[in-house]
Design a protein around this ligand. Structure first.
Ligand code: HEM
Ligand code: HEM
Length: 199
């Protein structure tokens, strides 16, 4: 497989706008998910808690749909290559983190959906429609998927912390373009043109 190419046929130096939009939208939704879950956790079972969890489930199912789109898109589009001077341990860690994210972005919502199904709690999408139950009511399955959902949320938290620290290290310590290429290119076309002419 060759390097990814942009519209001018040159290897891409940064993530494409599609990859960036999906990356930051999903990152924001993950943050929302943790905030909603944190707000709901201490509340007694009642209307307020159920309303927060309904939002949590709707946003969670949105993450599932976006993650599937992102994964399909990613399998067809190569990311820009990592800086050449990166150590192989760092390369391994980057790959491990990214693969873990893709797995977790699907496993997290799926375990939540299975948890709700096992208790016969409906999973609506912002009131627009209701997702079907994946399994029948079963207390053992409910407890299993609840424990799994909590466990995976801790793993996701740890991986995200590693990922964010790595992005900041690249930017402030290594001073390379790893963070910049996941951000929109704010340079003007004329700057591009003058760069193109440089030797
Ligand atoms: C990326 C998606 C998701 C993330 C990051 C996420 C994260 C979390 C977290 C951090 C908690 C609190 C765990 C704790 O108390 O330690 C939680 C609880 C919960 N989540 Fe999710 N979740 C996601 C998707 C879903 C989905 C799709 C559903 C259901 C369709 C769901 C249903 C629940 C429920 C019902 C609880 C409360 C469980 C309890 O009673 O303690 N989650 N989630
Ligand atoms: C929990 C939220 C986040 C998730 C789930 C997430 C997920 C991902 C994934 C899956 C990739 C790999 C893209 C690919 O090549 O397919 C990636 C790349 C990247 N992410 Fe995140 N991310 C999150 C938050 C952040 C934050 C807050 C930052 C910045 C501080 C960040 C900075 C980056 C950078 C710079 C890359 C490119 C790495 C490279 O070029 O290899 N991410 N992210």
């Amino acid at each position: 497989m060759g390097k990814p190419k942009d519209r001018r046929g040159t290897p891409t130096a940064r993530y494409t706008p599609t990859a960036q939009v999906l990356h930051w939208l999903i990152a924001l939704l993950i943050l929302v998910q943790f905030v909603l879950a944190r707000m709901a956790a201490p509340l007694p079972l009642g209307a307020h808690k159920l309303a927060l969890l309904a939002e949590h489930k709707s946003f969670g199912m949105t993450v599932l749909m976006l993650a599937l789109i992102r994964l399909a898109w990613r399998l067809k589009n190569l990311p820009p290559s990592l800086p050449a001077k990166m150590h192989r341990v760092e390369r391994f860690l980057a790959r491990f983190t990214h693969v873990s994210f893709y797995i977790l972005l699907i496993a997290m919502p799926l375990s939540g959906w299975l948890m709700s199904s096992a208790k016969n709690y409906s999973v609506s999408w912002f009131g627009a429609f209701t997702w079907p139950n994946l399994i029948g009511p079963n207390e053992t399955s409910f407890n299993f998927f609840k424990t799994l959902h909590h466990f995976l949320s801790n793993v996701l938290f740890g991986i995200a912390a590693l990922h964010i620290l790595a992005a900041l290290k690249h930017h402030f310590w290594n001073k390379d373009d790893v963070l910049a290429r996941m951000l929109p290119d704010l340079r003007s076309e004329s700057q591009f043109r003058s760069e193109d002419k440089s030797p």
